[in-house]
Design a protein around this ligand. Structure first.
Ligand SMILES: [Zn+2]
Ligand SMILES: [Zn+2]
Length: 133
């Protein structure tokens, strides 16, 4: 489906839209993702840069770029983590900031062998100890 999908941060300073669908949603349980997203895991879906646009507040984003060229973009006011960039281009979106039902499911749980001791992943979920081959 090529539906318009929207999302934004918790204080609504930053808003975006994209032409769907969202693909390849993954939840990563590695220790870096748990810290970056302050949660049990990251949940992100890749997005095509040509189908994505910031509607409001792009200048309100702050970024942290890691050594491998991946960056995290978050709202400088409320701290919501909205997106991941790779070499400066939008790469994926955090599903937690997408509005409503974007009709996407988590296809893979990755780096499950480093998940937090207190997290229970449903047995029916597709899981990989590390990164899928
Ligand atoms: Zn905000
Ligand atoms: Zn990770």
């Amino acid at each position: 489906m090529n539906e318009l999908i929207s999302g934004g941060c918790s204080c609504e300073a930053v808003r975006y839209s994209l032409v769907g669908p969202l693909n390849d949603a993954r939840s990563c349980h590695c220790s870096m993702c748990r810290r970056i997203f302050a949660a049990q895991a990251s949940v992100c879906a890749e997005v095509d840069a040509e189908r994505f646009q910031w509607v409001k507040g792009e200048d309100q984003l702050t970024s942290h770029v890691g050594e491998q060229g991946y960056g995290v973009q978050f709202c400088r006011h409320c701290g919501s983590t909205l997106s991941i960039t790779y070499q400066g281009l939008i790469h994926s979106l955090t599903l937690g900031c997408v509005d409503g039902d974007p009709e996407v499911a988590i296809a893979q749980h990755i780096f499950v062998d480093s998940k937090a001791s207190w997290e229970v992943i449903p047995e029916t979920a597709t899981q990989f100890d590390k990164y899928p081959e």
